[in-house]
Design a protein. Structure first.
Length: 189
């Protein structure tokens, strides 16, 4: 991804996904702002650019499959899988983790193209403390995935780096929340 495309993705995130107001995050923490990456990931250009950006991170780690908790991981995983197709990486697999085991059908907690034994990454659109992703890691490992890495489109800088390090995972992201906040405050955004 070139610097112009990266800047365009940041602008879209700042314009479409950034909100300032008091709310509670999935981590249970209070925050004065929120970054709803799904609003960017469900736009054609946003999905394309996010897929390209995260795909580069995924390929640099030699990951064979990726996924995370529904619903945060779904659109970013889908965007990366589409990017993999565009780049001829036909062996990259995607999946998602349910909050609880499905009670009918195959009764799985890990759904999609998941395959045990492969080098696996957990992914989410925005990560704060890493709690949801670590919950996914436990389910993925129970299902036989070899989880080595965590990825985020946006890293909030509120504890995930240490949490993933403690779990023995390498952690990479495309943008920090501060980058999105700064872009939101710029006149062009």
């Amino acid at each position: 991804m070139d610097s112009e495309q990266r800047a365009e993705l940041l602008t879209i995130l700042a314009r479409e996904s950034y909100f300032e107001r008091e709310l509670t995050l999935a981590s249970g923490r209070a925050s004065s702002y929120y970054i709803d990456c799904k609003r960017t990931l469900y736009l054609p250009r946003g999905a394309y650019l996010a897929g390209e950006a995260v795909f580069e991170l995924v390929m640099s780690e030699g990951v064979e499959q990726l996924g995370g908790m529904a619903a945060g991981a779904l659109p970013v995983t889908d965007a990366v899988i589409a990017a993999a197709h565009r780049h001829g990486a036909a062996n990259l697999r995607g999946f998602f983790v349910r909050k609880e085991t499905k009670q009918h059908g195959l009764q799985q907690i890990v759904e999609g193209a998941f395959k045990p034994g492969l080098k696996t990454a957990v992914i989410d659109d925005t990560i704060t403390t890493g709690g949801s992703s670590l919950q996914a890691v436990a389910a993925i490992r129970d299902a036989g995935g070899v989880v080595t890495t965590a990825f985020a489109l946006v890293e909030r800088g509120e504890g995930a780096v240490d949490a993933f390090a403690a779990a023995g995972l390498k952690y990479s992201w495309v943008f920090t929340a501060e980058e999105v906040r700064a872009e939101h405050g710029s006149p062009a955004a």
